[in-house]
Write a protein that binds this ligand. Structure first.
Ligand code: ZN
Ligand code: ZN
Length: 192
């Protein structure tokens, strides 16, 4: 059975993963589970920037995917970057197998505010669906009420919902080759 694999990388607090597992499974209608993998955070550390190169982590993640893995999502709590940007919330391969998200800038404490686990979890679900959406072929969506709307700042994440808009849902259906009436439905899909 194909599945979506969630891979914690150097993550001390695994409490977020249970919520993530459920939400990813519901959104993409694919079995989702947490897989333990040996990924080296240290190899991706940039001493000058004091941040972690997300592309290097992504490369490790997709190097030897577990069998029957349809998608892989790495989850870290360190600050990620790509060379042209100050930071990234995550990175994904468009129409590829791999994506990665970071909790680092999703915590209120990063912004000097009291920590709010519920809010952090909500932000993580949105960013995870967003990055996995890219792997299913979705590009950024101009619709503000869509999780594929791009987010530069955490405020942008808070303004958008965790759900895909109908157009993005249709794109994923097409990408997955789902026929019109195959029972492949998103939880908020097809409410008549
Ligand atoms: Zn994006
Ligand atoms: Zn959309």
């Amino acid at each position: 059975m194909t599945h979506i694999s969630l891979v914690p990388i150097g993550l001390e607090d695994h409490a977020y993963l249970a919520a993530l597992e459920r939400f990813v499974a519901d959104t993409f209608r694919l079995p989702t589970r947490v897989d333990a993998r040996e990924i080296s955070l240290q190899d991706a550390f940039d001493p000058n920037r004091q941040q972690y190169n997300s592309s290097l982590l992504l490369r490790q993640l997709i190097a030897a995917p577990p069998r029957e893995t349809e998608r892989i999502l790495g989850v870290v709590d360190v600050d990620l970057f790509i060379p042209i940007l100050t930071f990234v919330f995550g990175e994904a391969q468009l129409k590829g197998i791999g994506a990665i998200v970071s909790l680092h800038r999703l915590h209120n404490r990063f912004y000097g505010l009291p920590e709010d686990r519920e809010l952090t979890t909500e932000r993580l679900l949105k960013e995870a669906i967003h990055e996995l959406g890219h792997t299913f072929g979705l590009i950024h969506c101009s619709q503000p009420q869509c999780v594929m709307n791009s987010s530069t700042y955490v405020e942008n994440i808070d303004q958008k919902p965790a759900e895909l808009c109908p157009a993005c849902q249709r794109t994923i259906r097409a990408e997955r080759g789902a026929p019109a009436n195959d029972g492949f439905r998103f939880p908020w899909w097809g409410k008549k």
